[in-house]
Design a protein. Structure first.
Length: 434
């Protein structure tokens, strides 16, 4: 039965769920019935390492080494190692074990004839799940990947005001350490990029890393959150430790409103612990972030915990708005590059797409290409992407930032504490949305 479909299926199930104790016990029992004692013992050893008092595991272990199951209601005992039958009256008071002798459960020489210890040890090592790995063991592979960025701010089309703000708040002090020292300019803290979705906040973060010649480390919610209590905090600590080891490094926290949500709005204690850990890593007693430049991006800065935006943390903000006309023209040119195009007026298209995000413009180009492709397939004549395709695409693709503007409008009007959203207020006035 060792090679039976049931046992094979249970082996795969145990590999997929190594912490499922009942499943592992069931597999061990079937392996014992099939005569695969060595493999059964390896599984039982894992169970007993996690639950030393498991009655079922102890009973199966007794079967594996030749003992008997305990009587119902009896306290389980460690499985005795079989040996020759010895009369209790003939036992001496004590017999010291011989040097190097294997451990025994009683007196006399152990009898393990036919038992393959090497196979049992090998199976145990292969089956060992991560929960039993020594925490001090050095990992052979890094837990997180850090990359280098080849993007520069010159690759970002338009956005002159954003670049100017980044230069003053972040880049100039980093490029000029002597001037920074002269004026007492501190690099402590981080930079928060906010604005409507699809407007290039992540691209800007990569460009900043490229300008500094620093490593780029992007972190999302999936990299941090874990189902086990305390593991999310440990993940966050390891993320910052990785960034410090790779300094100079730009640590980019994407969708930081999900990771650092207002604690007053949280019902989960585990999420509060994650926010607290983020605060400690940014500006705690043990935080040594020299050479780690923290950037964060969000569509909803008003949902970020206020403590994260205090001095020394994410205390500088830059509003990343929908691209201006120059940027829109550059984005359209980028997404049409390498495609068969003819007679397309990029300047006129850029003028007609006020309020479109970068993602919207990419969608316009994709829709125009689809229209030309379909026409070519129907007629059998391959043709270029023309202005008529762009115009048809503009009729289908509308700006996607409307819902964000509605939320931002309410915040700018009624929750602009200490002028935090003055830039946003100016933009809304310019768009005549106030």
């Amino acid at each position: 039965m060792d090679g039976s479909p049931l046992i094979d299926s249970l082996r795969k199930a145990v590999e997929a769920a190594p912490r499922d104790v009942p499943l592992r016990l069931h597999l061990a029992g079937l392996l014992l019935d099939a005569g695969a004692t060595a493999e059964a013992i390896s599984h039982l050893g894992l169970v007993l390492a996690a639950e030393p008092t498991s009655t079922a595991a102890l009973a199966l272990m007794q079967r594996a080494v030749g003992g008997s199951s305990p009587a119902p209601g009896a306290t389980p005992q460690a499985a005795p190692i079989p040996g020759p039958s010895v009369s209790p009256d003939s036992l001496p008071d004590a017999i010291p074990p011989a040097p190097g002798a294997p451990p025994t459960g009683g007196f006399g020489e152990p009898d393990f004839e036919g038992f393959d210890w090497d196979a049992a040890a090998r199976d145990l090592g292969e089956a060992l799940p991560p929960m039993f790995v020594d925490g001090d063991e050095e990992l052979t592979e890094p837990a997180f990947d850090v990359e280098s960025s080849t993007v520069r701010l010159a690759d970002v089309g338009g956005m002159a005001q954003v670049k100017k703000r980044l230069e003053a708040a972040f880049l100039a002090p980093m490029r000029n350490p002597e001037l920074r020292k002269l004026y007492g300019k501190s690099l402590k803290g981080g930079l928060l990029l906010y604005g409507p979705p699809g407007c290039g906040k992540t691209f800007l973060a990569r460009a900043i890393a490229g300008e500094l010649g620093a490593a780029f480390f992007s972190v999302t919610l999936a990299d941090v959150l874990d189902m086990y209590i305390g593991q999310s905090e440990r993940n966050l600590s390891e993320i910052f430790a990785t960034a410090r080891r790779n300094a100079p490094c730009v640590l980019f926290l994407d969708e930081v409103d999900a990771l650092g949500q207002r604690r007053s709005q949280l019902r989960s204690n585990s999420m509060r612990g994650t926010v607290n850990q983020l605060l400690a890593e940014l500006d705690g007693v043990g935080a040594q972030n020299d050479g780690v430049f923290v950037l964060a991006a969000t569509n909803a800065p008003w949902d970020v915990d206020v403590a994260l935006r205090r001095p020394g943390r994410l205390d500088r903000t830059v509003l990343v708005l929908p691209p201006d006309q120059q940027a829109r023209e550059a984005i359209l040119r980028h997404h049409l590059k390498g495609r068969p195009v003819a007679k397309i007026d990029l300047g006129a298209t850029a003028k007609r797409t006020e309020g479109y995000s970068g993602a919207d413009l990419a969608h316009v180009c994709e829709t125009a290409a689809e229209r030309a492709l379909l026409d070519s397939a129907v007629t059998g004549n391959v043709r270029m992407i023309e202005m008529r395709d762009i115009e048809a695409a503009l009729g289908e693709v509308r700006p996607s930032i409307g819902p964000w503007l509605e939320s931002a409008r309410n915040v700018a009007m009624f929750a602009n504490e200490a002028g935090a959203y003055d830039d946003l207020l100016d933009y809304l006035k310019k768009r005549k949305l106030l």
